[in-house]
Ligand binder design. Sequence first.
Ligand SMILES: CCC1=C(C)/C(=C/C2=NC(=C\c3[nH]c(/C=C4\NC(=O)[C@H](C)[C@H]4CC)c(C)c3CCC(=O)O)/C(CCC(=O)O)=C2C)NC1=O
Length: 161
Amino acid sequence: MQDAITAVINSSDVQGKYLDGSALQKLQGYFASGELRVRAATAIGANAATIVKEAVAKSLLYSDITRPGGNMYTTRRYAACIRDLDYYLRYATYAMLAGDASILDERVLNGLKETYNSLGVPIGATVQAIQAMKEVTASLVGADAGREMGVYFDYICSGLS
Ligand SMILES: CCC1=C(C)/C(=C/C2=NC(=C\c3[nH]c(/C=C4\NC(=O)[C@H](C)[C@H]4CC)c(C)c3CCC(=O)O)/C(CCC(=O)O)=C2C)NC1=O
């Protein structure tokens, strides 16, 4: 896993250089938003179950997916879906704190699309639920932190698509 600091340092190290102006600017932006990131992560952690529940209500509940024949039908599969959404929320929060998406590649997206396809988990509906989670999260943490979280929710969606 990388974060905004190691990413900038690694890319300077590869070139054998001290950090240049744009590298330093990136770091400054990251440090300046540190307080915002920590506050958002605290709020998300304290409200994770509600965020997931509201996102499901907005996107999946009472659709064909939750009826017989749908992929969320049966409590086992419903619970698996809720658990997956909680994974996405938690890992997007880690990535937002790190300011870097690499943790999503390593721990979430690696092999996920293949797993979903082999189990018949609908990717379009999953993306809708993640987008709903993005909206619910933004309304909890505010526009600035919401935008930052949105980067990582979108990253998960494009990794699945
Ligand atoms: C931390 C990284 C990580 C991820 C991301 C992960 C996902 C993941 N979701 C799975 C299943 C599943 N995922 C879903 C999800 C859904 N079905 C729907 O219709 C909805 C659209 C959607 C929820 C938004 C369902 C229903 C299953 C069970 C499918 C089945 O067994 O038939 C499985 C198969 C094994 C299992 O059932 O536990 C994995 C590996 N596991 C991990 O360790």
